[in-house]
Design a protein around this ligand. Structure first.
Ligand code: NAD
Ligand code: TYD
Length: 355
């Protein structure tokens, strides 16, 4: 048996592939375009591991996907591949439509053709698992209940709108063609191998480099944070036992304001790697111009996944943050490779005239 993972050189896909092969001998075919967010260094421990087959390519390349499916005969396809950063989607939404919408469409079509021709038993056992986000549900007011699976889709950014569109395509391919799909909608992830354009790794790296820690607007926006390995275990659980055509919200019951997150990071860094001058890293906090259309609050109600499939996160916010900070402190090589010229260009574009 084999699974095909897309986007497995990215943050969550990379963690998923590493965790999968740590817990199972079932091979993984990993299809990733290696955009700025894809990084083979994340998978360097698998370099000589025959269970991992890496293929550089686009989920939108239908003939490539068809050839991979025919060659490797996977029992499941897990779609992590996406453009994933809200700020980048504001600067340039085109790539988000191309990969998240058109790419997912092409992937679904290639998978449908493969699945239809499988022998009956294998066709029944086959799964297409689509990895999505809580951002499709839009923004909550402080007193609103957390998102449930039946919450209305109200995406507000080009990123979340493109992910919402992909979720709808996946749903329609199930209802119309019977493709055996599962969708997960997860809250904000953090952990090892996170590209430092996102809040948590950006703050860790900037803190250690003595740079400002940029907080958009008033910093009171709320996100619900989940340690990436808990997201990976949820995906494994949904793949194994999820009901076809269903969606599952995944979250850690960790609603925090951005300011709380940054203060927790600073306190953790103060303890693990204190500044030479004895001051707290919190003194580097800087308020900058807000993100346009910034969603105020996300919160996930994960009770369906917990009660129907028995999933529970292993990490609390504090334990997960501590492990994450420790990981960045111990993996400076990975960080240095990621912080390339392209990354510096992005930082200049995003933060240059924001202060
Ligand atoms: P990421 O940006 O770190 O990684 C995305 C990966 O997809 C990269 O390796 C990139 O090279 C690859 N990719 C991009 N376009 C591709 C294409 N056309 N064909 C093949 N590969 C392509 O993203 P992530 O944070 O790992 O997110 C993975 C998935 O999880 C995404 O679908 C995202 O929407 C979803 N998600 C992310 C979060 C989060 O907090 N990061 C939360 C919930 C859901
Ligand atoms: P981010 O990690 O980009 O995830 P998302 O926008 O998908 O939730 O941002 C998390 C929160 O942190 C979001 O409210 C925006 C905020 N933020 C900052 O305040 N400063 C920053 O430099 C970044 C990257 C994000």
């Amino acid at each position: 048996m084999t699974i095909l993972v897309t986007g497995g050189a990215g943050f969550i896909g990379g963690n998923f592939v590493l965790d999968w092969l740590a817990g199972s001998d079932e091979p993984v075919v990993n299809l990733d375009k290696l955009t700025y967010a894809g990084n083979l260094e994340t998978l360097s421990s698998l370099r000589h591991d025959a269970r991992h087959v890496f293929v550089q390519g686009d989920i939108g390349d239908r003939s490539l996907v068809a050839a991979l499916l025919a060659q490797h005969q996977p029992r499941a396809v897990l779609n992590f591949a996406a453009e994933s950063h809200v700020d980048r989607s504001i600067h340039g939404p085109g790539e988000f439509i191309q990969t998240n919408v058109v790419g997912t469409f092409n992937l679904l079509e290639a998978v449908r053709a493969y699945w239809q021709d499988l022998p009956a038993g294998e066709r029944e056992a086959f799964r297409f698992l689509h990895v999505s986000t809580d951002e499709v549900y839009g923004s909550l007011a402080p007193e609103d209940a957390a998102f449930v699976e039946s919450s209305r889709y109200e995406p507000n950014s080009p990123y979340s709108a493109s992910k919402a569109a992909s979720d709808h395509l996946v749903r329609a391919w199930h209802h119309t063609y019977g493709l055996p799909v599962l969708t997960t909608n997860c809250s904000n992830n953090y952990g090892p191998f996170h590209f430092p354009e996102k809040l948590i790794p950006l703050v860790i790296l900037n803190a250690l480099a003595g740079k400002p820690l940029p907080i958009y607007g008033d910093g009171r926006q709320v996100r619900d944070w989940l340690y990436v390995k808990d997201h990976c275990s949820a995906i494994r659980r949904v793949l194994a036992a999820g009901k076809l055509g269903e969606t599952y919200n995944v979250g850690g019951w960790n609603e925090k304001t951005n300011l709380e997150v940054v203060h927790t990071l600073c306190a953790t860094l103060d303890a693990l790697s204190p500044r030479a001058d004895g001051q707290s890293y919190a003194s580097q906090i800087t308020f900058v111009q807000d993100r346009p259309g910034h969603d105020r609050r996300y919160a996930i109600d994960a009770r369906k996944l917990e009660s129907e499939l028995g999933w529970k996160p292993q990490q609390t916010f504090d334990s997960g943050i501590r492990q994450t900070v420790q990981w960045y402190l111990s993996n400076q090589d990975w960080v240095q490779n990621v912080v390339s010229g392209h990354y510096r260009d992005w930082v200049a574009k995003q933060y240059g005239d924001r202060a």
